[in-house]
Write a protein that binds this ligand. Structure first.
Ligand SMILES: [Zn+2]
Length: 650
């Protein structure tokens, strides 16, 4: 009779368990209770053996946590472990094991393999080049998120080991070993969530926009309130006369899907898993935070004072936060016009809380935020020729940095230009109609002359749009649509899709490209920026892929963490609970979130890359700045084996 290998039996049990689909356990007790439940269900010899240490661990952790609160107990862990061991009729050796086991379980969410299973061959298997090669190529063909220790173990036991002549019931590896091997091959167990995207971070254009952003923030920083690193108390900076206080106001949006899955998936280092799409109702929050008052909302006292003001001086909206409930049968999805409305209400609240201060309104650069007004200068809103179906764009001034006129040629630089024909145009059919790209360029005499020259002086060779520009426009439109859709679904993608769009390398390939590169078209501002600047404030956009530079992201993370601990996955509960959690945030916690982003700014400014910055921010907790680059490198040497990233620095 054929006996199935032990590996397959264990694998079967795990297929039914599917531990990767379980909701994320929030703490050690929850992990342990899950393991105990699984062990009781399995009833294998291994599982029953595991019950003793698991039960001991539960006793130990609960006792230790209560002893920690006891003022007279100076060794809570030691005392708790000894008592927990005694309850199971065991001695100090078992107590010491319990103390070590807690860390292992927290890290691997399992007990370590028992001694009887770790056969000698296993230790040396991973030193065999053939096996490593075989395993790497097996892992390489799996898609992101498809790698699991269970599948990996099956592959080793059923294919790799027999192929090497290892057969028999004892020559299999356990799933725990598969976990460890995955780690050695460079795989990490990550939760699918919005996080640090190392992939996009170090793209040349992204680094450039990061540096531009940091330079601007530094320029304004000396006019911002000062927060004490330790007490987190706030004071105003010294302002030379004529200078105005500046306050950074961060905006962001958060979506909570009520049936959100917290899957853990195995990915190679640097890969980021995507969240699974849910189809329930969701809670969408759009809000602002600032270091001075935390949220952009009036206190109860201020609300009372408001009521005593004459009606026309009262604020209509006293809390800038907007929560909607989009989804099936719910509100419409969040869009740019809703954000615009929110900003219109938020600015008066800011000006009430900080009269005479300038707000630095900071947004992430999602496509929704960078939406342009209907009449903005954009070649996509225009035809090549006059009239027809195209938008009426706002008037402009011909850029001063256009080529100078030739002798006898009219100088059109700095002249006002209408994008639409006047009502006195000789051709009645064109009166009030848009001029189109060609005429606009011809009115910029020196620019048109250069275009004709580039076409070899042949007017018929000046084309409306060339093949390259046409293709890149189509591709860019598609990737922006996809990015917008993903955002509406609450998904986050690693790449915005625009990195590989081929762009024309010169500005004279066609009329469309030429006009799009004219300074006034190039500088056209998003709608929200125009509005904020009209109100006398400043508008900035965060560089792409840098959620760590946005303190409000941490506020969202904190909120979701609080919510998950009590969530029952019901929409009605979430709807009532989320606003309460959001309200309960302490202003000092928000200042801590800001402090962390200041540290990131400092790290990037010192030239660290994303991984090094994340490391530095972690070891310089409760500071606004990180240490010197050399200090960070020294620490990294001590704590990390990632030699490559250190070598790059020296
Ligand atoms: Zn072109």
């Amino acid at each position: 009779e054929d006996v199935e290998p032990a590996g397959i039996q264990i694998a079967r049990e795990w297929t039914q368990e599917t531990p990767e689909d379980d909701p994320e356990p929030a703490n050690i007790i929850q992990i342990l209770q899950g393991l105990i439940k699984a062990a009781k269900r399995c009833k294998t010899k291994e599982a029953i053996k595991a019950l003793m240490p698991l039960t001991g661990l539960v006793h130990f952790v609960k006792l230790r946590d209560s002893y920690r609160l006891h003022p007279k107990c100076h060794t809570p862990a030691m005392t708790a472990s000894l008592i927990a061991a005694r309850r199971l009729v065991r001695g100090p050796y078992f107590a010491r094991q319990l103390r070590k086991l807690e860390l292992y379980v927290l890290k691997y969410r399992k007990l370590p393999p028992s001694k009887s299973r770790t056969i000698v061959e296993q230790q040396s298997l991973l030193n065999n080049e053939n096996i490593i090669h075989n395993l790497r190529s097996y892992l390489a063909i799996l898609k992101i998120g498809e790698v699991t220790p269970h599948k990996f173990m099956q592959h080793i036991n059923l294919i790799v080991l027999p192929s090497l002549g290892f057969t028999g019931p004892k020559v299999t590896i356990s799933e725990v070993t598969a976990y460890r091997w995955l780690g050695k091959l460079g795989y990490q167990n990550k939760e699918a969530k919005k996080g640090l995207f190392i992939d996009g971070h170090e793209r040349a254009d992204v680094i450039q926009s990061r540096m531009r952003y940091i330079a601007k923030i530094r320029e304004y920083q000396s006019f911002m309130p000062i927060i004490d690193n330790n007490t987190l108390e706030i004071t105003n900076p010294f302002l030379p006369s004529g200078c105005t206080l500046m306050i950074a106001v961060h905006h962001d949006e958060m979506s909570v899907a009520t049936n959100e899955q917290h899957r853990r998936v195995w990915v190679k280092e640097g890969q980021q898993p995507l969240r699974k799409k849910g189809n329930g109702r969701s809670i969408h929050v759009s809000d602002f935070i600032l270091e001075t008052t935390g949220r952009l909302a009036l206190t109860l006292k201020q609300l009372e004072a408001q009521k005593r003001l004459p009606l026309q001086r009262q604020l209509k909206i006293t809390d800038a936060r907007v929560i909607i409930h989009p989804g099936k049968n719910g509100d419409a999805w969040w869009d740019c016009s809703q954000l615009m409305e929110q900003i219109k209400n938020a600015i008066p609240i800011f000006e009430f809380l900080h009269p005479n201060a300038i707000g630095i309104w900071i947004f992430d650069c999602s496509s929704a935020h960078e939406a342009f007004a209907e009449n903005s200068l954009n070649v996509k809103n225009m035809n090549i020729n006059p009239g027809g179906k195209q938008r009426c764009l706002h008037p402009t001034t011909i850029p001063l940095n256009n080529p100078p006129p030739l002798a006898g040629e009219e100088d059109t630089r700095g002249k006002p230009q209408l994008m639409v024909y006047g009502n006195d145009h000789p051709d009645p059919k064109l009166r009030g109609k848009p001029k189109g790209i060609k005429v606009i360029l011809q009115e910029r005499i020196s620019v048109w002359r250069e275009l004709v020259k580039a076409a070899g002086g042949n007017l018929t060779k000046v084309i409306g749009i060339c093949k390259i520009c046409k293709a890149s426009q189509v591709e860019r439109d598609a990737s922006i649509r996809i990015a917008a859709q993903e955002q509406a679904d609450g998904d986050v993608s690693i790449d915005d899709g625009t990195s590989n769009v081929l762009e024309s390398s010169n500005n004279t390939c066609c009329m469309t490209r030429s006009l799009s590169q004219q300074q006034d078209f190039f500088d056209e501002k998003p709608r929200i920026q125009t509005y904020i600047e009209e109100k006398g404030h400043i508008c900035l956009f965060l560089p792409k892929f840098h959620p760590e530079l946005d303190p409000i992201e941490m506020y969202w993370g904190w909120t979701k963490h609080q919510y998950r601990a009590v969530s029952d996955q019901k929409f009605s509960t979430a709807k009532a609970l989320i606003p309460k959690i959001l309200d309960s945030v302490d202003v000092k916690l928000i200042r801590k979130f800001f402090r962390k982003t200041w540290r990131y700014l400092d790290a990037y400014e010192k030239g660290l890359d994303a991984q090094q910055a994340a490391f530095a921010v972690k070891i310089y907790k409760s500071h606004r700045r990180i240490g010197t680059v050399r200090e960070v490198v020294e620490e990294m040497k001590k704590k990390s084996k990632d030699i490559d990233s250190i070598l790059q620095l020296i």
